[in-house]
Write a protein that binds this ligand. Sequence first.
Ligand code: DON
Length: 317
Amino acid sequence: MQKPPHNPHDLSQHDLEDILGTIDQEVRQRFGEGKVANYIPSLAKVPIDRFGMALVTIEGSVHTVGDARERFSIQSVSKVHTLTLAMDAIGDALWTRVDREPSGDPFNSLIQLEYEKGIPRNPFMNAGALISADVILSNYDDPEAALLDFMRARSCNVEIGIDETVADCERDTGYRNVALANFIRSFGNLENNVEAVLEFYYRQCSLSMDCVDLARSVQYLADGGHCSSSGTQVTTAEAATRINSLMMTAGTYDAAGDFAFYVGLPAKSGVGGGIVAVVPHVMSICVWSPGLDEKGNSALGRYALHRFTRMTGLSVF
Ligand code: DON
């Protein structure tokens, strides 16, 4: 295997277009791996033979390959953005309501909530994301507008919106989320009514974005809370560091260990096949390919990130 450059953080040492081209070729030969999410019809009909990847450096230059400008349902990737909004709203008080430990259980698991008395293991399980949603509902005058404004500003794309068909399906099939929200409420760990919290959660999952939008949307996590694309200090450097830590330990659910092992970057996945990843102080990344592995993460997205960190030496380890 080719040895990565001595100082991988110096991007002039990499031919990023060439690296992306190689990954794209390799991934396209593997099309068909994984299974498209089938729990809602609007996700099930997305073709499996899609792959896009976008890199956004902290200076704001963008490199793409494949279907990087095709929109998809961001699903749980949105938990990163809602966590940021919740941390900004109530600071450390958030940690009295949600923990910071990896779960080792699937993203929609109910089991730990019973013996941990309604305190979700981390903000990236569905249970934890319901806490972020609740905090946003309590602390922003127009919560949905706050989320949309945040996404549009971070992505420099005013056209970002919610796919109402996906949102309807989430609502129609959200039995487990209904159970989670009611269970958490029974322990007194939700301030707003269950229906309002669930509705916000369904709508955040139903945002439709492409790889460039999503990579830009987490640029602030690569640069101490600063987003050069929108010229904004989005959050504190400390908050950005903490969100990256949580992405590393819990962003890909019960595959977080494997992600650290093979990819070595903080990452957050969604069942629409998108994954965002962060190379601290260097760049943010989004990959998308709809075929999911058995843990609900994009199979070829993970492969692409693995190849990227191996070829560049940009794993954090
Ligand atoms: O909560 C749900 O059922 C979906 N909206 C799943 C969100 C998601 O992407 C979870 N995991 N990868």
